[in-house]
Design a protein around this ligand. Structure first.
Ligand code: 2AM
Length: 183
């Protein structure tokens, strides 16, 4: 099972983010916009795992998040990945005081419980809102990111962290929530 740990985003915000990204397609026709129900804030991608290790990850995540408490997250600005070369991912930035880093730490505990090595890449809290098929030239990406003020910032209450599975289909990934851990 292909799994990841993420924070669910309220439907009304997902709709707005998707509408914003779709609005960019007139200028950036190679921008692919994810289905509304797959827009999320990833804490840790776990990848393909057998069911018993998914179970262990879920249990460890529950333990590591105990007593964490919820918080209000904000989404704002635009950015692209990777840092150099053609841009492939378009995202909006996520912030939540120091909570996202704490929850990421809990997700890392879950990954270790599932037998995964520590993540080497720095955590860059973001929500992916588009993917450029064949990439977008750096100069064009800079122009797009400079227009971050055209995306209205938003906030939402985070009251759970969830474990998800992702099935890759020809029509795009389908995400299924396996477990909700209340904060
Ligand atoms: P992102 O768009 O927030 O980076 C589920 O596959 C999610 O896990 C993806 O939407 C992606 O979230 C995240 N992810 C992180 N690393 C990944 C990887 N190597 N392969 C696929 N997904 C990854």
């Amino acid at each position: 099972m292909r799994c990841f740990i993420a924070i669910e985003i309220p439907a009304v915000i997902r709709r707005d983010l998707r509408a914003f990204a779709l609005g960019l397609r007139a200028e950036y026709p190679n921008l692919r916009v994810p289905a509304e129900d797959t827009i999320h804030l990833t804490l840790r991608f776990l990848g393909e795992l057998p069911p018993d290790r998914v179970e262990r990850a879920g249990a460890a995540l529950t333990g590591a998040l105990a007593g964490s408490g919820g918080a209000e997250a904000t989404l704002s600005g635009l950015g692209v990945f990777p840092e150099r070369g053609p841009a492939r991912i378009l995202w909006t930035g996520a912030a939540c005081g120091d909570r996202l880093e704490a929850w990421r730490g809990a997700a890392e505990v879950a990954a270790a419980a599932a037998g995964l090595p520590p993540e080497k890449q720095a955590f860059r809290p973001h929500v992916t809102i588009g993917r450029f098929r064949d990439g977008l030239a750096r100069t064009e990406a800079a122009t797009l990111v400079a227009r971050a003020d055209t995306l209205r910032p938003c906030a939402f209450a985070v009251s759970a962290v969830s474990l998800w599975s992702s099935d890759l289909n020809a029509g795009g990934p389908r995400h299924t929530k396996l477990k909700d851990i209340g904060l």
